[in-house]
Design a protein around this ligand. Structure first.
Ligand code: IPM
Ligand code: MG
Length: 354
């Protein structure tokens, strides 16, 4: 069991350290951890946000545990040297096209949501975000038009094969949950979305037991705050999934609680190769202060145990330890409490050993 650990920038290393502690607490046969540089840290040390040796380390591993990348000091660098290119590069180089972002309200946190508690309590959804295509990876550029104005452009596209493979992941996931799938697009305006919708409908034929519906992304964003309990599994493209998953995190109370798994097709000895990261970013404003919530990183480690190491029981133990920690009232700064990063890690580790 080889795990590459890339803490990255800002609060990334702090929260990842707690997730590593949790993994080390479990009795995992032959667990080996390697650390690599990504993001602004890597750019400063190696001149590139995703150095060759880091990428090679990821290819060697069964899974990658990832923190966060991003540093405002790098905002003026050419795009290929910006920290975000590390995560985008890993996702594309490793073929990680399926991003699973579960959002569930933890017992005891109903009052932390921006939504009314009786609405927040109902949230238990899985966002399946396509991660290798869309406007993220299309050609892009800026130029000066003949009228002298500068113009920026990014090409949005999906090939049917890209839609089909993520649709299969989403239908299978929905089947394992309550059997409902919502596909989110903007087919009333975008050709990319019309193709998306057509292909999702074609794939649906293979899953007659899954109830499929379609929502335009603007309506989906509205429904997510009006009545998020209506959603079970959502499948959507890269850009819409980025936006909706941040929104979902606030519906459950804090972005410091949402994990993610990014999966591709490569099989490992016990599961699927994947990259696991909290959905929050590097939060440079609170980096190094011990104020970051490590629970999203720890829950990401639980997803790693489940999907890449085939350790479902351990995954559940970690998830239960997190849920119990919250149910017992321990709160990080993101939830209005004062438990430090380390203290939250201690609480989860303590529940696993004791
Ligand atoms: C995410 C992040 C990334 C994305 C950034 C850091 C490139 O927001 O994982 O949601 O846009 O995908
Ligand atoms: Mg995002």
């Amino acid at each position: 069991m080889k795990i590459a650990v890339f803490g990255g920038d800002g609060i990334g290393p702090e929260v990842t350290r707690q997730a590593v502690r949790v993994l080390e607490t479990l009795d995992l046969p032959g667990l080996t951890l390697f650390e690599g540089d990504v993001g602004a840290v890597a750019y400063r040390r190696h001149g590139h946000p995703l150095p060759e040796e880091t990428l090679a380390m990821a290819r060697e591993a069964d899974a990658v545990l990832f923190g966060a990348v991003g540093d405002p000091a790098c905002d003026d660098l050419p795009r290929e040297h910006r920290p975000e290119q590390a995560i985008l590069g890993l996702r594309s180089e490793l073929g990680l096209f399926a991003n699973l972002r579960p959002a569930t309200t933890f017992g005891g946190l109903e009052n932390m949501s921006g939504l009314r508690p009786e609405i927040a309590r109902e949230i238990d959804m899985l966002i399946v975000r396509e991660l290798n295509g869309d406007v993220y990876f299309g050609e892009k550029g800026t130029h000066t038009r003949t009228d002298g104005q500068r113009e920026g452009w990014d090409r949005m596209s999906y090939a049917e094969g890209e839609v089909r493979r993520i649709a299969h992941v989403a239908f299978a996931a929905a089947r394992g949950r309550s059997g409902r799938l919502t596909s989110v697009d903007k087919a009333n305006v975008l050709e990319t979305s019309q193709l998306w919708r057509d292909v999702v409908c074609e794939v649906a034929v293979d899953y007659p037991d899954v109830e499929l519906d379609h929502l335009y992304v603007d309506n989906a964003a509205m429904q997510m705050v009006r009545a998020p309990g209506q959603f079970d599994t959502i499948v959507t493209g890269n850009l819409f999934g980025d936006i909706l998953s941040d929104q979902a995190s606030m519906c459950v109370g804090s972005i410091g609680l949402l994990p993610s798994a990014s999966l591709g097709e490569r099989r490992t000895a016990h599961g699927t190769f994947g990259l696991y990261e909290p959905i929050h970013g590097s939060a440079p404003d609170i980096a190094g202060q011990g104020r970051a919530n490590p629970l999203a990183a720890i829950l990401s480690a639980a997803m790693l145990l489940r999907h890449s190491l085939g350790r479902e029981d351990d995954a559940r133990s970690v998830e239960k330890a997190v849920a119990d920690t919250l149910a017992d009232g321990l709160r990080g700064f993101d939830l209005g409490g004062d438990a430090s990063t380390e203290r939250l890690g201690d609480a989860v580790v303590g529940r696993l050993v004791g």
